[in-house]
Design a protein around this ligand. Structure first.
Ligand code: SAH
Length: 357
């Protein structure tokens, strides 16, 4: 039993069932035992590989996207580039290298990384040594709230790490799906005895699950507020669906394999698919412009990933060429990351015309 499993079981014994969001929040973010707080989970030796870790092309193209927004904004003298949940800092490193030659762009940048994990913050500091970067822990930091400059905001695989809750359709009613203990002291799911009154955009059948995430909605709402206040644009990239749907997508991943969600609490990654339709609604409520929700494959193709891949292959040996082709396939093919991953683009103004959508 992990220390976090013991802690959560004690809590359930003392004060009753917990919701799935609480379980997820503790598994990932508990200050002492949370998954992200204690380790670097990326890469071959870690638990999973993200798009920037697949290929430099990902960060380079997002760099081109950022520079394009900066130009569309009229090349402001100062712009704040914020990445939330930068992992190992790979995306930012590639973005900065890729945009070096754009006159004036780097001089305008004030870079901020938002990161909760001390382990990953240190990795980012090493990766970005030599660049002028500030760090903070959340969006409420004065660095973001008091900033006046326009904003470029990026978050790759951040939203899926924010807690989501689940409803389960039982006896004709939507109820919260709770976690409690059986007689053996194991975690089990059980529908709450009470109906939950909230608008659910899908029809339920007995034991259907519907996921919702106040944490993700709140997060996107906060970014939307910042865009409204300061102008600029944001990209959220994550796996998920563009239309509301039922389904239990809570999943644990350890050592690149799926694992049971109640096993190795705090030592396996725990995520669920992002419901982009809820986030679009939330952004529209805040009156920001939603450029669209594109699949990652289409988005990267629209930004010219094929051309970038060709340029990387030119003059190289066969082995390196194959690596580029493999990475291109991994990032864009429908049976790889191309379709499951979505990109949501927001900006302060309908007329800005974000590229990629
Ligand atoms: N963007 C990176 C890492 C994705 S993993 C990549 O694509 O490789 C999720 C990242 O979000 C990690 O850096 C994790 O520590 C961070 N994170 C998790 N919850 C967070 C929160 N509430 N606020 C800021 N960062 C968070």
């Amino acid at each position: 039993m992990t220390p976090l499993e013991k802690l959560l079981k004690d809590r359930i014994r003392e004060s009753g069932p917990i919701d799935v969001g609480t379980y997820m929040a503790e598994a990932l973010g508990h200050p002492e035992y949370g998954y992200y707080m204690t380790r670097d989970p990326f890469g071959r030796s870690g638990d999973f590989t993200t798009a920037p870790e697949v290929s430099q092309m990902f960060g380079e193209l997002l760099g081109a996207w950022c520079a394009d927004v900066w130009i569309k904004l009229g090349q402001p003298e100062k712009i704040q580039l914020v990445e939330c949940g930068p992992g190992r800092g790979t995306l930012m490193v590639d973005l900065l290298r890729g945009t070096k030659a754009i006159p004036g762009f780097h001089d305008s940048l004030q870079i901020v990384c938002v990161e909760t994990s001390p382990v990953l913050r240190e990795k980012q500091q090493n990766a970005l040594a030599g660049h002028n970067v500030s760090w903070c822990e959340n969006l409420n930091d004065p660095l973001l709230q008091n900033g006046q400059e326009p904003l470029l905001f990026l978050a790759n695989e951040l939203l899926d790490a924010l807690p989501a809750r689940q409803l389960v359709f039982h006896k004709g009613q939507w109820r919260e799906r709770m976690i409690e203990l059986n007689n053996e002291g194991d975690f089990i799911f059980r529908p709450s005895p009470y109906e939950i009154k909230m608008p659910v955009p899908v029809q339920g059948q007995e034991m259907d699950v519907f996921e919702f995430s106040p944490a993700r909605e709140n997060f996107v709402g906060q970014v939307a507020d910042l865009l409204k206040q300061r102008t600029g644009a944001a990209l959220f990239i994550d796996y998920g669906h563009a239309k509301p749907a039922t389904g239990d997508t809570l999943q644990a991943i350890k050592g690149h394999e799926y694992a049971p969600v109640f096993k190795d609490v705090g030592e396996a990654d725990l995520t669920s698919h992002v419901d982009f339709s809820a986030l679009v609604r939330c952004a529209k409520d805040k009156k920001v412009s939603v450029a669209g929700v594109a699949t990652q494959g289409v988005f990267l193709q629209n930004l010219g990933i094929a051309m970038r891949a060709e340029a990387l292959m030119r003059g190289h040996e066969t082995a390196q060429k194959e690596d580029v082709i493999k990475a291109l396939h991994r990032l864009t093919a429908p049976d790889q990351m191309g379709t499951l991953f979505k990109v949501m683009g927001l900006c302060h103004d309908d007329n800005l015309g974000l590229s990629g959508f």
